[in-house]
Design a binder for this molecule. Sequence first.
Ligand code: GAP
Length: 513
Amino acid sequence: MKNVDFKSLISHCKEYGFIFPSSEIYDGLSAAYDYGPLGIELKNNIKQYWWKSMVQMHQNIVGLDAAIFMHPKTWKASGHVDAFNDPMIDNKDSKKRYRADQLIESYAEKIETKIQKDVDKAAKKFGDSFEEKQFRETNGRIIDRQKKIDYAINTMNQHLKDANMDGLKALIEELEIVDPEGGSRNWTDVRQFNLMFHTQLGAIAGEEDKLYLRPETAQGIFVNFLNVQKSTRQKLPFGIAQIGKAFRNEIVARQFIFRMREFEQMEMQFFVKPGEEMKWYDYWKQTRLEWHKALGTPAENLRFHDHDNLAHYANAAVDIEFKFPFGFRELEGIHSRTDFDLKSHQELSGKKLQYFDPTVNENYVPYVVETSIGCDRMFLSQIGQALREETVPDADGKDSTRTVMKLHPALAPIKAAVMPLLKNKEELVKASTDVFDKLKAHVICQYDEKDAIGRRYRRQDAIGTPYSITIDFDTLENNTVTIRDRDTLEQKRVKIDDVSKIVSDSCNINNIL
Ligand code: GAP
């Protein structure tokens, strides 16, 4: 059994209606994608899992759906107008544009790959007696290579912190980094590039009417903090959760739906008493990791990565990284945002954003711990780990290869397929449509009568349907059907009256809350 490669994953998504390139008939739009009929079901299930576990399961977390357009001052207060920048560099020969920090990070990743090769070789040679830590600390070649990585990353971080664009360019030259496309070292200067898209309000617009497409959903929560707190009478600590679109004019957007210019975030701001933020930061770090594991994501595919460069609003930040087909990358961020946002909005709007704490009889600006996950990245993580090729026995008992999407049943877009054994037997078709009509009120299911039964099973495997229900001649005798399990291939005979319960119970999202 093996996971399919990234290219095949992308074409599978298109072939089966999970994801299409945006406006494809015009040759597509870079880094924009449309979710197809199965994609939208899977995406909705991911959102439902997040919403239920964050909002419904917490008495002290409530929901919000704020507008994408916000008053322009919002983005001045939040720091995005002045500081939401990425360092951009062009190669003069290839005319390709890059993020300077990503070029330096890839340089370090390449050296790390070489180190890993040496480690793997030694592990093979020494077998059980191999001590990786000791090997890394004592092998001369590895020590030299590690020094190169540390130098590149530490120097880059310092330059990013100081907004020193000349320093970044000098570092790229010093490390002799070449254009990954053309191999040239003919670089422009590094410039700051603000990632916010903007548009204008109304027909006659001046600078003050400049509207931004929100680059994060969080600010809609901050500006509504008192509205929500007062209308719900929540006491600290409490949270506000929101799912919605965000927009970033990424310099380099690639890797399918991993980095897009329009994407969806699921964010929760947890308002706490100042001084208690680190306790809640640790709590949410663990709680969010468990949320991922509950879906069956193996622990070795998830890891924490503390931020070296803190965003302008944070005093602590960690990523939950997932092992995507192209390596470990950020899936979710947990940030301790202090009172930065509420205080800035308070100052710029002149409106108090304070909480009256009856336990100490005092007004204060709460601190905030945020959990923020990209819905599209979550989608990619799930299909990436679920889509596999494996060898299984076919109907004649011979080995055959199948493509199967082993999604958690609660996330699967279609929960069951209902199939008559033969499509030209009227009584089988009638019995099948009866089963389908009963089931469709409980779960999303498909009726499928085309092709041989084996091919229909394979089609359902490829889209992750956990159950296939077959209506055969015994059904007409005794009101039973066979129910086939996608993962074990086991087929059981069950009563028609039990089908809805079996399928809805095992696909219920509540099983993992
Ligand atoms: N409010 C905090 C915030 O926006 P972030 O780390 O910039 O923090 C949070 O973004 C999450 O949003 C990321 O962990 C990632 O899953 C998702 N995300 C960010 N940029 C994205 C992009 N260009 N395309 C897809 N998802 C993105």
